[in-house]
Design a protein around this ligand. Structure first.
Ligand code: MSP
Length: 677
């Protein structure tokens, strides 16, 4: 690959502390930057804070602080989040920095020289939270802002305007020629229809407050915060003397709520300032939101209420660890769409995929090295068909993941990688190294263990953009140096066999958190998550990543439930308390935007007809595969409300295996409604 890659996040308003919604964009940008560093690309990753405007002046006044003191302290919170989430930007820009103010004044002058800035009168409806003007028809009923659902204000003042109307045709022609400049495609369509609807000239200065960059030559005006903020993307690379190498940005990540600013205003400002089309940002990527209960996680509107727990990014990073939080954000959300934020879902996913699939694979293999190969990576023999199939799976996973990172589609990239770890576990089971050890077939054992360790090495590399410190911990146990990108060196695992035989492994404690019942309860308590919140999305019961030393020689069992067993009960108590019934699935369907859930109707032989049951099994079963299947139903749980009109009237029994969930069923036909005992 070895090219260059410039990725940006929006710069964050500092009116409140960073939350998981804003951390999301920065995590995606960091992962993309790390991926490109791994590929040997020269990479520049920019993030920072947006510190001017009425919103911040008002917030500072509320706190009894000067605006500068207020933004200094708040910006520091965003900066402090960087190491906590292993975020590695090449610059952290603040719009109150002198380097930025001087440059924005320069760009203003350029636009004015181009005849695009004129003085006029500004009147209309303004949302201070958005820092944007609205027309009556854009508002929600009751005159509310469509993003913040709060009343807008009427404003009237002298203002400088930018001749946005002049750029409509050029923008439309540009997007026709370069549709990839706005992604995904649906967002391009939104942008194009907005432009086609007619562009009004844009008010770009204010006289009613002072917290902004003064307009050159007319300092009673300060610049509109978006004119100021958008140019940050140029300031940083120019200030570092790297604009020649990095301009224009390759990917500008923005939430869908600020797409218009980036895909209409921003290129128009650049065009006016003299930028040719090929010097405009290559792709503006409008991603979805993290939501709780269907509502955007945000600082101006409380996330999902107390039971959903905190959304404060620092508290989450402290309680969950950077790698787990990053992994979940990248893996759970289909990039581009909205994704549900939920701590229980995070715990479930990390346990199922990182602990029980990736960590487990390493822990199953290491004991064989200590016992039979002096702790050194063995020399593999001639590969058999089974070995070759695993090698092919690795190559295809590396190719698929690379393509997906390039898209970018981190969720798919990670799916390919986890799929490889699953294939590694299956290979381990089928090759039964414990039998090879027992029968003394050390040559074959060497080949099998080599293959498993090479899979772990490849997985650790391919996970590195998402889970850098855990990847390095996996590598350390394999006796490898921490990952560091080198410009010009493509370190992606394209080919099989990068693990050198003879490398001394260094087994240690399990790399991934075990999240047993007790740890899970502690995390929920630390984050104010109520115990049953999101329980439907949890992976099935806690299972341990087994400590390596105990696994030697025996057929390494499937992960077991290491939560302390509940106290004994009598048969009568069981029958009195738990009503298990035979069910037969009648219909099964996916639920839009709930990737893990299926909506089923299940016949329990009741006169009222089949019950609706919402089950967290969508990752393991296609809906069509479930129809007419016999299942075990817990029939006397109270109804559970999943929101959006989804209420579940029962629960299916299932177990989690290294290959995913498996439903409990019956060997012979049993009539729906039969009691299970
Ligand atoms: N300051 C402007 C951006 C200027 S860029 C030149 C701004 N700041 S913001 O702090 O309000 O939002 C910054 C980004 O965070 C936006 O892309 C927004 O979509 C994103 N997010 C805020 N809440 C979010 C979620 N709940 N989920 C995903 N992204 C979220 O707008």
């Amino acid at each position: 690959m070895s090219g260059r890659f410039y990725v940006t996040t929006p710069i964050y308003y500092v009116n409140a502390s960073p939350h998981v919604g804003t951390a999301y964009t920065t995590v995606v940008a960091d992962a993309l930057a790390r991926y490109h560093r791994l590929r040997g690309d020269e990479t520049f990753f920019l993030t920072g804070t947006d510190e001017h405007g009425l919103k911040l002046q008002t917030e500072a006044e509320k706190q009894g602080m000067t605006p500068q003191a207020f933004v200094d302290s708040m910006s520091e919170r965003f900066r402090a989040l960087l190491p906590k989430l292993l975020l590695t930007p090449d610059d952290f820009i603040r719009t109150t920095q002198a380097r930025h103010e001087a440059r924005v004044q320069h760009w203003w002058a350029r636009c004015r020289e181009a005849g695009d800035i004129y003085l006029g009168a500004w009147e209309g409806l303004y949302c201070v939270a958005c820092e944007e003007m609205y027309t009556e028809k854009e508002l929600l009923p009751g005159g509310l802002c469509p993003v913040h659902e709060r009343p807008v204000g009427r404003v009237q003042e002298e203002s400088y305007f930018f001749r946005m109307s002049r750029y409509a045709d050029r923008l439309l022609a540009y997007y026709k020629r370069r549709p990839e400049a706005v992604r995904p495609e649906t967002r391009l369509n939104e942008v194009v229809s907005f432009i086609e609807g007619g562009l009004r000239d844009l008010s770009i200065s204010r006289t009613s407050f002072t917290w902004g960059i003064p307009v050159p030559g007319d300092p009673k005006h300060v610049m509109y915060v978006w004119f100021d903020a958008l140019f940050n993307y140029l300031t940083a690379v120019e200030d570092q003397g790297r604009a020649g190498r990095f301009w224009p940005p390759d990917v500008q990540l923005v939430g869908k709520d600020i797409l218009r600013f980036h895909a209409v205003y921003w290129p128009a400002f650049l065009m006016s300032a003299g930028f040719e089309d090929d010097a405009l940002p290559r792709t503006v990527w409008g991603h979805g939101w993290l939501v709780t209960g269907g509502k955007k996680v945000s600082k101006t509107r409380a996330g999902g209420g107390v039971s959903r727990g905190t959304t404060d990014a620092v508290r989450l990073a402290d309680a969950l660890g950077a790698d787990a939080l990053r992994y979940f954000l990248l893996r759970e959300v289909s990039f581009g769409q909205d994704g549900e934020w939920s701590v229980p879902a995070l715990v479930g996913r990390v346990r199922a995929e990182l602990t029980e699939t990736v960590g487990n694979l390493l822990n199953r293999a290491l004991p064989f090295l200590a016992k039979h190969f002096d702790g050194l990576v063995p020399v593999p023999g001639e590969p058999t068909d089974v070995d070759r199939a695993l090698e092919a799976a690795a190559e295809s996973a590396a190719r698929g993941a690379a393509e997906a990172w390039g898209e970018p589609a981190p969720h798919r990239a990670l799916e390919h990688t986890i799929e490889l770890a699953r294939a590694g576990n299956k290979y381990f089971d089928e090759s039964a190294p414990w039998k090879l050890a027992k029968s003394g077939d050390l040559a074959r054992l060497a080949t099998v263990i080599y293959h498993v360790l090479e899979v772990v090495r490849q997985v650790s590399l391919a996970l590195w953009p998402a889970t850098p410190s855990k990847s390095d911990a996996l590598r350390a146990q394999l006796g490898l140096e921490p990952m560091a990108g080198h410009v010009g060196a493509d370190l992606w695992p394209h080919t099989w066999g990068g693990l050198a035989s003879g490398t001394k492994v260094a087994p240690g404690s399990p790399v991934f958190p075990r999240y047993d019942a007790q740890q899970e309860a502690q995390i929920f308590a630390a984050l104010d998550v109520s115990a049953d919140d999101g329980a439907e999305e949890k992976a099935p019961p806690a299972k341990a990543e087994p400590p390596p030393a105990k696994k030697a020689e025996k057929a390494p069992e499937k992960p077991v439930n290491d939560a302390p067993p509940p106290p004994p009960i009598t048969y009568d108590e069981l029958m009195a308390k738990v009503d298990l019934r035979v069910g037969r699935v009648k219909t099964a369907e996916r639920i839009p935007r709930k990737d893990r859930l299926l909506k089923l109707t299940v016949d329990l032989g009741e006169p009222t007809g089949p019950r609706t049951i919402i089950a967290g099994i969508a990752t393991a079963y296609a809906p069509e595969a479930l129809v007419e299947r016999q299942v075990v139903v817990v029939a006397n749980l109270p109804p559970r409300d999943f929101g959006g009109g989804l209420v579940s009237h029962g629960m299916l029994l299932a177990a989690s295996t290294a290959d995913g969930l498996t439903l409990a069923t019956f060997e012979k036909d049993a009539a729906p409604g039969t009691r299970v005992k």
